[in-house]
Design a protein around this ligand. Structure first.
Ligand code: URA
Length: 261
């Protein structure tokens, strides 16, 4: 067997190239739109040269990126859990001016992105982080990370209908994977149930209930993987605990870069 050649240079194609705009937003400095603005304003340089090109490829291992003359430095990764209320959107800016989850995290100076989305009219657990690798891993359709929701449906659902949800329903974008469904209680007009799905399709729970000729009146996400919303107050956030990070496969919190000083 050949001994590994530790001095061999990795081919350029395999090195971690990213666009300048992405490097800046990944470093927790702001959104990609803001990063573009700084680049166009001439505040960013690569290897000592000012650049106006947000799409310039940057090699994170070799290139020196500076903002306002300050080099990016290693940045701690942040992982938080926000209890999103209804009426808040999960994007950074809304052309209609509606409140966003960033209005609830103004006390965090690092730019964090939501991991996946929750609809405007859904409340509950939203993870936010500047660890783009974790975010990509969780949102990858292959990840099948279980997510649990409490649902109030607009009709009383039969046992057969709950079984249909367990077995998989035909939606416009294909059949759903099997779900875990428990009836919590019925009132005269409504069913309250808990459902765990292992996909993250657009408005999936709502569309599953609609496939049963009912509507979702209330939807709350209470768990993602091993992380539960617990007693967190609505509208508040907290850091993920070390066991929660470990359960997500995160072991080291340092590696991105941001400006020094
Ligand atoms: N399913 C939905 O329908 N909406 C959400 O926000 C999340 C899951």
């Amino acid at each position: 067997m050949r001994a590994p050649n530790t001095h061999r240079e990795e081919p350029a194609a395999k090195r971690p190239l990213k666009t300048l705009e992405r490097v800046l937003s990944k470093a927790g400095l702001g959104s990609r739109t803001e990063a573009r603005r700084w680049i166009h304003a001439g505040r960013v340089s690569v290897n000592g040269r000012e650049t106006q090109n947000p799409d310039q490829w940057v090699d994170m291992e070799r290139d020196r990126v500076s903002v306002d003359g300050k080099p990016l430095r290693v940045q701690e990764r942040l992982y938080i859990l926000l209890y999103k209320p209804t009426g808040y959107i999960t994007t950074y800016k809304d052309p209609e001016g509606r409140p966003t989850v960033y209005d609830l995290t103004t006390d965090i100076s690092t730019f964090l992105s939501p991991v996946g989305r929750l609809d405007l009219d859904t409340s509950g657990l939203l993870l936010m982080t500047n660890d783009t690798q974790l975010a990509e891993r969780i949102t990858n359709p292959e990840s099948h990370l279980p997510k649990t929701y409490l649902v109030k449906s607009s009709k009383v659902l039969t046992d057969e209908q709950l079984q249909q949800m367990r077995d998989g329903l035909d939606l416009s974008d294909g059949p759903t994977r099997p779900a875990i469904v428990s009836r919590l209680r019925d009132s005269a007009k409504y069913t309250h149930l808990e459902i765990t799905i292992t996909e993250g399709r657009n408005r999936q729970v709502r569309r599953m209930i609609e496939a049963l000729d009912a509507r979702v009146l209330k939807l709350v996400r209470v768990q993602i993987g091993d992380i539960r919303i617990g007693t967190l107050t609505i509208g508040k956030w907290r850091h993920l605990t070390p066991p929660e990070l470990q359960a997500l496969g995160v072991n080291d919190g340092r590696s991105d870069r941001r400006p020094q000083g």
